[in-house]
Design a protein. Structure first.
Length: 242
């Protein structure tokens, strides 16, 4: 079993995807082979999809709010929170997951670059707010201030990520330089700009690891090290030994 060798200079950047939440019972996107109720996920999780059929999109996110509120963080989430506690500001977690499980496991140095399932925002006023409500039928929620539609606080396909998030990630990579260890965990690496982080890590001389139960060829080829396994099982010994 490989062990992540960390000295007191190493800076660890972690990117997680849906695979980290799989053992908690949250379905992955590839598991749905990109489909939901016969729609392409990209079609439902997009501003065009929301404009065309807000009820369908609210049903998609309401089902996921229902699902995510019934599950618990798994040992993979806890191992990442424990590694953060050990490394402090030499650690940063970038997650593509919107399910809130990293925060519930105690992760704090974390950027939820694709948004938060349990937050909503007005299309116009844009200030996100905590929202665990589900909306399976009309009337759909509208803003008390301006009357415009309320939407999930999610980065949809075709939408920009928060520039502040990206700036913070690239600054961490640049400051780490060759001391960087980049771990991608439970992600198929299909979605940009997240899937470009491995290249940014190599560009500064960092070492890269992919940890995945069934890695996708193309993405795995871009990493120095490959650990095949379930994150809940392999992360604790990888970080902390047997
Ligand atoms: C943007 C929120 C630009 C939604 C998400 C062509 C080429 C390149 C790029 C594009 C292109 N066409 C379009 C684009 C851009 C697009 C994109 O990359 N599309 C892809 C599909 C090609 N990207 C965007 O639109 C991004 N924005 O580019 O803006 C722009 C520029 C200027 C002006 C305006 C705009 C926005 C991307 C964010 C989209 N939102 N999420 C929601 O969650 O509802 S993405 C969504 O899908 C997830 O967040 C996640 O990121 C992605 C799914 O990926 P994974 O997390 O990797 O999940 P997946 O199921 O695929 O893989 C799971 C892995 O886990 C597997 O490998 C499996 O083996 C493994 N696994 C399973 N179990 C376990 C496990 N591993 C370990 N342990 C286990 N137990
Ligand atoms: Zn408003």
């Amino acid at each position: 079993m490989k062990r992540l060798q960390l000295d007191d200079q190493t800076r660890v950047l972690v990117l997680t995807g849906a695979g980290v939440s799989a053992e908690s019972g949250v379905p992955t996107f590839r598991g749905m082979n990109g489909l939901w109720e016969g729609h392409q996920v990209e079609e439902v999780a997009s501003p065009e999809g929301f404009a065309a059929d807000p009820e369908l999109v609210w049903r998609f996110y309401s089902l996921r709010r229902d699902g995510a509120s019934k599950v618990q963080p798994n040992p993979g989430h806890h191992a990442l929170a424990r590694l953060e506690a050990a490394l402090g500001e030499r650690f940063l977690l970038v997650t593509q997951n919107v399910d809130g499980l990293h925060a519930r496991a105690g992760s704090r140095r974390m950027l939820a670059i694709h948004g938060e399932l349990f937050q909503s925002r007005c299309e116009q006023c844009a200030q996100p707010f905590a929202d665990a409500h589900t909306y399976f039928a009309r009337p759909l929620p509208t803003c008390a201030t301006c009357g415009r539609a309320i939407r999930p606080h999610i980065v949809w396909f075709g939408e920009m990520l928060d520039p502040a998030h990206l700036e913070q990630v690239y600054r961490f990579i640049d400051e780490a330089g060759p001391k960087l260890v980049f771990l991608a965990i439970g992600t198929s690496g299909q979605v940009y700009p997240a899937s470009g982080l491995v290249d940014a890590a190599h560009a500064v001389g960092g070492k890269t690891w992919l940890i995945d139960a069934a890695p996708s060829e193309g993405y795995a080829a871009r990493f120095d090290e490959l650990v095949i396994g379930k994150s809940g099982e392999v992360l604790p010994p990888l970080f902390f030994g047997p």
